[in-house]
Design a binder for this molecule. Structure first.
Ligand SMILES: C[S@@+](CC[C@H](N)C(=O)[O-])C[C@H]1O[C@@H](n2cnc3c(N)ncnc32)[C@H](O)[C@@H]1O
Length: 259
């Protein structure tokens, strides 16, 4: 079974129906329609802290086949959607999700799913960056070699989350950042690449505009080729975006006729 299916069924089994992957155009142009919320007894939960989009989980499923981390960290666990996805994708690795939300329901839900699926690790309460060292030393078996950063969405916070984990990470650690374009964190991402000496790609073809950083000397060429395919030459991206802007109003009018 694919990881995206295992993930979907794990939440269904807990009574949460994942709502994810929708085209905003089909959802009144709601910009976050692609991201993951959950329906529980006719009520929607998690719309304010949307998890990775369905298409990003599918991207991640293939991405994960190019690297073999042993100790993974997810900063911003929320309801565990991406922490469980990480544990499913890296079946041999230990995974810890951390969240500073005082309401522990998301941590409990994540830990129930980890137990049911016999995944290694779980979710714990903690605040990034100050608690990362403690959280990792208490819950992982060695230095972090994969991290997903998805907590506070501003330039200052992604830099301090990155610095917090970089200080305790293995040199071969791969860093994946959610929402870089959507939340205008390109400056922060660029400064991370510049100051760390890592290589990086802005994944313009992912739903939230993720970013990835890694040491070129330790990842495979296949990995670099895969992430490069999801990114763009900045000039081409800018020009295509401009061209879309020119025709968008006209096209929207055209489609309205069919609704
Ligand atoms: C966008 S949500 C994460 C979504 C999750 N990664 C997923 O895919 O389902 C952001 C989460 O980060 C948590 N958070 C915000 N600041 C944090 C911090 N400094 N340390 C730990 N967690 C934080 C919030 O409580 C929230 O649950």
């Amino acid at each position: 079974m694919t990881i995206v299916q295992s993930l979907f069924y794990a939440y269904l089994d807990e009574g949460l129906l994942p709502l994810t992957g929708y085209n905003p155009y089909h959802m009144h142009d709601y910009p976050h329609a692609a991201f993951t919320a959950f329906m529980v007894d006719d009520e929607v939960h998690g719309m304010d802290r949307g998890g990775l989009a369905l298409q990003e989980i599918m991207f991640f499923e293939n991405f994960a086949s190019f690297i073999k981390p042993s100790n993974c960290l997810v900063i911003g666990n929320s309801l565990g959607w991406s922490t469980v996805a990480t544990a499913l994708a890296f079946g041999d690795a230990k995974v810890v999700g951390v969240d500073n939300n005082p309401n522990r329901n998301g941590l409990d839900l994540t830990n129930r799913i980890f137990e049911k699926l016999k995944l290694k690790g779980g979710a714990v309460f903690g605040e990034s960056p100050n608690d990362l060292e403690r959280v990792c030393s208490e819950n992982l078996d060695g230095p972090v070699d994969f991290v997903l950063i998805d907590a506070i969405h501003n330039n200052t916070a992604i830099v301090s989350d990155f610095n917090g984990v970089n200080a305790i990470a293995a040199p071969e650690c791969v860093y994946l950042f959610h929402d870089v374009i959507n939340y205008k964190m390109i400056e922060g991402f660029k400064s991370i690449i510049r100051d760390s000496g890592l290589d990086g790609r802005l994944l313009t073809k992912t739903t939230s505009g993720m970013g990835v950083a890694y040491s070129k000397s330790v990842v495979s060429q296949e990995f670099v080729d895969y992430v490069t395919m999801f990114s763009d030459d900045p000039e081409i991206f800018k020009n295509y975006r401009y061209m879309i802007g020119q025709v968008a109003d006209e096209m929207n009018g055209l489609y309205d006729e069919f609704q």
